[in-house]
Design a protein around this ligand. Structure first.
Ligand code: SF4
Length: 349
């Protein structure tokens, strides 16, 4: 797939856009000024390979906390600010690697001028994030299409920022509707070459958020659109990062080594406890940093053949199973030793 050509933007020690990897973001849900709790979450995110973290800055204490937080973390920190331009300035002064604002609620275009000036001085990128929830009413009434209003709104800010000679920009156009998110981003992507941060906003609890994000973010990524992404989930933030990587892995866009587990849906021919075995194999594979396709198949009749592209796999028989490599049978193993034998073989690869 051909990625949209975008300008490179430096965020702390990372670069997005151009040919750089698509980076995964998440957002803490602590009171940012509670430094120990915020750090605990960021460290968990770092552990999960999150590339960029965003924190909410609703007050002065939160802006000041950025300085202390930065000393203890290794990934760039983005300050997310609504309503108060003074907090954007404070966040930048305290070392935010990027700020995310919605000019529509920060006091209008004029209020962004001091922000532009300070961000320019410190070489800090600004993400202009327009959301369907906060789209200007007049614009929506005039245009009567939410995706088009999102695009129009983002373009108005783009033009204004460029007029101030500021082009260290990233954009995001988010809606809670998957189709509106896709339409808005596709349209916006045609008009410029700034990096785009992707997300389906307020996507809900995991079962719906994961599907909405996979379709919305995944759909845009498969069009070549998107330089960073955040999966919004009501729940554990680490789940956001894991889901983001699963979306990237499914499209072969992840920069990390990837283990792809291929497991059959089971049927009347299945002779082993395939669901239990697949879950166990999946858990064990999480700790292995290799690029591998691993197959767990229910029967010896079709298993190796169906998974012939897999690097390694197991196929169940009656109380036993076979280990196979690239579709060729290696050996027969009793059912209770199948997982260990598979992991031994994986270690040898
Ligand atoms: S691999 Fe075998 S057990 Fe699994 S779905 Fe296919 S035929 Fe059924």
């Amino acid at each position: 797939m051909k990625r949209r050509e975008t300008k490179e933007i430096k965020i702390g020690n990372r670069i997005i856009g151009g040919n750089n990897p698509i980076l995964v973001q998440s957002m803490t849900n602590t009171k940012t000024e509670n430094i120990p709790e915020t750090l605990e979450q960021i460290h968990r995110l770092e552990e999960a390979d999150c590339d960029i973290v965003r924190v909410a800055v609703p007050n002065l204490e939160a802006a000041h906390a950025i300085k202390e937080i930065k000393k203890e973390i290794n990934i760039p920190i983005v300050a997310d600010i609504h309503f108060r331009p003074d907090l954007v300035l404070e966040s930048i002064k305290n070392g935010a690697d990027k700020v995310r604002i919605n000019p529509g609620n920060i006091g209008g275009l004029e209020a962004t001028k001091p922000i532009i000036e300070l961000a320019g001085e410190k070489n800090i990128p600004i993400r202009i994030g327009v959301n369907s929830g906060s789209i200007e009413k007049e614009l929506l009434e005039k245009i009567k299409s939410r995706p088009k209003a999102l695009v129009e709104s983002a373009l108005k800010y783009l033009e204004f920022f460029e007029k101030q000679n500021f082009n260290n920009l990233v954009f995001s156009l988010k809606a809670s509707s998957v189709l509106e998110t896709i339409e808005a981003n596709r349209e916006f992507a045609k008009t410029n070459n700034y990096p785009i941060h992707l997300g389906v906003t307020e996507a809900g609890l995991p079962e719906s958020a994961i599907i909405k994000s996979a379709i919305g973010i995944g759909g845009l990524l498969s069009d070549g659109i998107g330089d960073t992404l955040r999966v919004s989930i009501t729940g554990d933030i680490v789940n956001e990062v894991e889901t983001a990587y699963r979306i990237l892995d499914s499209l072969d866009l992840s920069s990390r080594p990837k283990i792809n587990l291929i497991s059959c849906p089971t049927c009347g021919r299945t002779n082993i406890d395939l669901i239990k075995i697949s879950n166990e194999v999946n858990n064990q594979l999480k700790n292995i940093d290799k690029d591998l396709d691993v197959a767990v198949m229910g029967c010896i009749v079709n298993g190796p053949g169906e998974a012939k592209e897999a690097d390694i796999g197991i196929a169940g028989g009656n109380g036993k199973g076979v280990l196979f490599k690239k579709g060729q049978i290696l050996k027969e193993v009793p059912e209770d030793q199948l997982i260990d034998s598979l992991l031994d073989e994986i270690e040898k690869i």
